[in-house]
Write a protein that binds this ligand. Structure first.
Ligand code: ACO
Length: 404
């Protein structure tokens, strides 16, 4: 549905595109995705190689600054993030004020918005000054949202630990002693975070770019993007996958469930993607890790049998084949989080935390585009889509007291 409109001296061509399926809103050099061929690269590097050989903080540096760091740059970056990981006292008090059953993602979103109030307004827009603090505070906020949930005192970060290891240390799920997470668990989390760090203009990143266009500071922008990621169709999908598997319960109930999906009574969470019309490359990476993690934690869970069989049957079913619906990253990440013992409502946070690296990269890129205008392209517009008004025609107001 397209239309041409003229308002005074400007003529504009409008196209109805409610899901932004045909609308380009940015030029970006951060992540390349080819959904038809199942290809994904950060700054030109294949995601498979980064997942195999990089670490989360190295990948974060790559996304944010555009190049792989040298050894000394990575050392300095890691140290600065660790230096900024001590939770702001006011934010700690704020987190403690939440009920024990508050959703951790709600705590995370509002704590980031609260963190924005601790920064002088004049300084807040210099994203390069704040990105170490944002990354450092993010893992402490996320870990302490969990500690609040289980009614335990908060743990101080340990600067000598890596990013994922320190996060697991602060959670300290298993004991109150000098807990050190298993290196294989640390690596699994690092891989999960590498593959979740960016995904071009997904819903939350597009939301962040909207906010940047309105000159929002990076803390508030992270809170806004995290709010978009909270939705079950986006970052809440891993949680929805596991809840769905729990509802299905046993392998013999899969067929009846798939019939309900095909009758459009429900959606198969963890399947389908706006961009990928073949296997999601991140799902391929995680699929390999699932068996490894299950073997490591020695877990025999009927739920994993249901997941494997559900995937097998869906991939052979015409409904899914002809709509090009394949497992997405969340189908497997939920299963891995479950095996690692995270509570179900913590999953969106485990997705949001690494995505901050991508949001910071997009924040910087959008800001740079404002200052380094390419000839002929005006990047300074506040994002403001058009609408087609379908409401009432003009009608006179009728006062409530009509003297009847
Ligand atoms: N289960 C059943 N049917 C589906 C599914 C699904 N998961 N996904 C799409 N379809 C069907 C639709 O009903 C539609 O069928 P129709 O042609 O008969 O009307 C067709 O496939 C196309 O669906 P759209 O909604 O237009 O596809 P879109 O690309 O917009 O949707 C989305 C992508 C939102 C991810 C969708 O596939 C979905 O809801 N999946 C489940 C939720 C999920 O796993 N989200 C995580 C995405 S990954 C991420 O955010 C990291």
């Amino acid at each position: 549905l397209c239309a041409a409109v003229a308002d005074g001296c400007h003529a504009r061509a409008l196209c109805y595109d409610s899901g932004y399926l045909n609308t380009v809103m940015a030029r970006s050099s951060i992540t390349f995705v080819d959904g038809e061929r199942g290809v994904m690269r950060y700054r030109g590097y294949p995601i498979e190689q980064l997942a195999e050989r990089s670490t989360f903080l190295e990948t974060a540096f790559l996304l944010i600054f555009g190049q792989l760091p040298t050894a000394s740059q990575l050392h300095q970056f890691t140290r600065l993030v660790a230096d900024h990981s001590y939770l702001h006292t006011d934010v700690g008090t704020y987190i403690r004020s939440f009920r024990y059953d508050a959703h951790p993602m709600g705590i995370f979103i509002s704590s980031f918005a609260a963190l924005a109030t601790t920064v002088p307004a004049a300084d807040a827009h210099h994203v390069d000054k704040h990105l170490y603090r944002i990354l450092g505070q993010a893992s402490s906020i996320a870990a302490n949202a969990y500690r609040q949930r289980i009614g335990r005192a908060f743990n101080e970060p340990r600067k000598e630990l890596g990013y994922a290891e320190n996060f697991l240390y602060m959670l300290d799920r298993l004991s109150e002693g000098d807990y050190r997470p298993h290196p294989a668990v640390v690596r699994a989390l690092d891989v999960l975070w590498i593959i979740h760090a960016d995904h071009e203009l997904n819903c939350s990143t597009a939301c962040l770019r909207h906010l940047v266009s309105a000159q929002v500071d990076p803390y508030t922008a992270v809170a806004g993007a995290a709010s978009a990621l909270f939705g079950p169709s986006h970052g809440g999908a891993a949680e929805a996958v596991v809840r769905q598997l729990e509802r299905i319960g046993t392998v013999d109930r899969i067929d009846a469930f798939l019939e309900r999906v095909k009758a459009k009574q429900e959606r198969l969470f963890g399947f389908g993607h706006r961009v990928y019309k073949s296997f999601d490359p991140r799902a391929r990476i995680l699929k390999r890790h699932v068996e490894e993690i299950l073997a490591l934690v020695g877990m025999q869970e009927p739920l994993f049998e249901v997941a494997k069989e559900l995937e097998r049957r869906a991939l052979q079913d015409d409904y899914f084949i002809c709509r090009k619906l394949y497992p997405n990253v969340d189908f497997y990440s939920g299963v891995i989080y479950r095996a690692l013992g995270f509570p179900t409502d913590f999953y969106p946070l485990l997705f949001g935390l690494p995505r901050i690296a991508g949001w910071l990269a997009h924040y910087r890129e959008a800001k740079q585009a404002e200052t380094e205008l390419q000839p002929g392209i005006d990047h300074t517009h506040v994002v403001r889509p058009a609408q087609v008004y379908i409401g009432h025609r003009p009608r006179p107001f009728v006062p409530l007291h009509r003297g009847e």
